[in-house]
Design a binder for this molecule. Structure first.
Ligand code: HEM
Ligand SMILES: [Ca+2]
Ligand SMILES: [Ca+2]
Length: 312
């Protein structure tokens, strides 16, 4: 049997073909984050949702047409904020002026995400380059590839394992919930109607549950209502998320389960007491995530626009 070699990305991919690549992406991400501070969390979640569905290939950036419903319009992706898409489009626009047809949307999203994590106070990690953009984006491919907050731990672990990510890596990556928001509907079922006998015992700190109920009181009429994922340091990329979930200050059912399940609890405890350990684990897991399922050569192309394929 033949062993297929993993396609190789390099850190110097654009050194000759687009020497200003890093600088252009850096300028765009900085300006965008300053004018729209929700961009960092938006891009980080967008990147996760791209990579877990057929690899880090910008498949999530494609817009639907009359003929085909793209990933972006799968129900779980409808809450992806526009700022994440917008920062990629802005960088692409600048890059097409400087080095047309050279830089992939997938590489832009990967580097923009890293830059934004760093801007929020998170750790720097290496992003290798040379990803090609996907030739396919189908909403029907999304289901089953992304975790949902109401899933039991077994199922969440199965999704991560199926992509080669360990329980430890799952816990480290989910530290991303140290920034950003969740809409009320994502945790309303456990907020209004929970029983402590369930395996998915949400174990909200009672005062926290009370304040969430009041913040979300109107959410059926106003579906845009949302709450910080990390109530203590919502705008700082740190290890506070792990401290929160140990105290019942996690938002989503999946956040609570992370600190109650015996398979994940040890990692939560480690990262809550040792930010260096979290950052090191996050760096390794993001480096791994960012090369997951990447396309090279003829398996992909360099899109002219990030939201549509080249052949139309
Ligand atoms: C472990 C399973 C996970 C589940 C069940 C989950 C679920 C969710 C849900 C329901 C939201 C709220 C979305 C909204 O209401 O708009 C959210 C937000 C977010 N998630 Fe996750 N997530 C998981 C893991 C991850 C991972 C691995 C990352 C990145 C590496 C990530 C990054 C984010 C970010 C940054 C936000 C905030 C988005 C924003 O503010 O726009 N999540 N997640
Ligand atoms: Ca993808
Ligand atoms: Ca935080």
């Amino acid at each position: 049997s033949q062993r297929r070699q993993p396609p190789l990305l390099t850190t110097t991919y654009y050194t000759k073909s687009c020497p200003r690549f890093e600088q252009i992406v850096q300028d765009v991400t900085t300006n965008k984050q300053i004018s729209s501070p929700t961009t960092a969390a938006a891009a980080l979640r967008l990147f996760f949702h791209d990579c877990f569905v057929s690899g880090c290939d910008a498949s999530v950036l494609i817009s639907s047409t009359h003929f085909s419903k793209a990933e972006r319009d799968a129900d779980i992706n409808l809450s992806l904020p526009g700022d994440g898409f917008d920062v990629v489009v802005r960088a692409k626009t600048d890059l097409e002026l400087t080095c047309p047809g050279v830089v992939s949307c997938a590489d832009i999203l990967a580097v923009a995400t890293r830059n934004l994590v760093v801007m929020m106070g998170g750790p720097y990690y290496t992003v290798k380059l040379g990803r090609k953009d996907a030739l396919i984006s189908r909403a029907s491919d999304v289901e089953g590839n992304l975790p949902r907050p109401t899933m039991p731990m077994d199922q969440m672990i199965r999704i991560f394992n199926s992509k080669g990510f360990s329980v430890q890596e799952m816990v480290a990556l989910t530290g991303a919930h140290t920034i950003g928001f969740s809409h009320c509907k994502e945790f309303s079922s456990i907020l209004y109607n929970y029983s402590r006998t369930l395996q998915s015992d949400p174990a909200y700190y009672p005062e926290f549950a009370k304040s969430l109920r009041s913040a979300c009181a109107d959410y059926t009429k106003n579906p845009t209502l949302s709450v910080f994922n990390d109530i203590m340091t919502p705008n700082k990329f740190d290890n506070m998320y792990y401290n929160n979930i140990r105290k019942g200050l996690g938002l989503l059912s999946s956040d609570h389960t992370l600190s109650s399940d015996q398979r994940t609890r040890g990692f939560v405890e480690l990262y809550s007491t040792n930010q260096d350990a979290f950052f090191q684990a996050f760096v390794r897991a993001m480096e791994k995530l960012s090369v997951y399922g990447i396309k090279t050569g003829k398996n992909g192309d360099i899109r002219r626009r990030c939201d549509s394929f080249n052949n139309n």
